[in-house]
Design a protein around this ligand. Sequence first.
Ligand code: GRF
Length: 189
Amino acid sequence: MKHLAVFASGSGSNYEAIENAFLDSNKEGCCVSLLVSDSPNAFVLERAKKFNRETFVFNPKNYENKEKYEKDILDRLIKHDIDLICLAGYMRIIGDTLLEAYQGRIINIHPALLPSFKGKNGIEDAFDYGVKVFGVTIHYVSKEVDGGKIIAQRAIEYYGNSLQELETYIHEIEHELYPETIKKLIKGN
Ligand code: GRF
């Protein structure tokens, strides 16, 4: 059985999609074991309650530096025998402590077609730029933010003028593509 940890800072709709995709953990050979959040008031924690999911919630302000809190996270990852870390709207840059311990085993979802529109406003930046092909990227996490090797992408054309509508479409793709990609990665290993 493979064990996943999901890291999230906000609403957690991708976290929930991953949980739902691995409800039958025996069939999938994989289960979500831990949710990590840096934000004690994040809605993702409400979602985690529905799944009785164990959480590790920390406040970075209570730590001297990134290395200290990442060591604390790493203790939990080891305790839960985590194989793969899935970042899902986790708003912190992963530091050396986790990158070295989980080299090649940390992935992220980005709501744009990388390498275009890196950063935290991928959808809005693409919309403002006026592109007509949007999409979602799943990639390995490396030292360079949104710069690791690409694993999967899915695109849509959008000619409308509602950012909100576009966001809805993008999130729908995310909720399909992320679990699908995780399943492929798990099977490939
Ligand atoms: C998603 O759009 C994801 O691509 C980006 O952050 C957002 C998180 O949304 N990295 P949610 O918290 O999963 O609803």
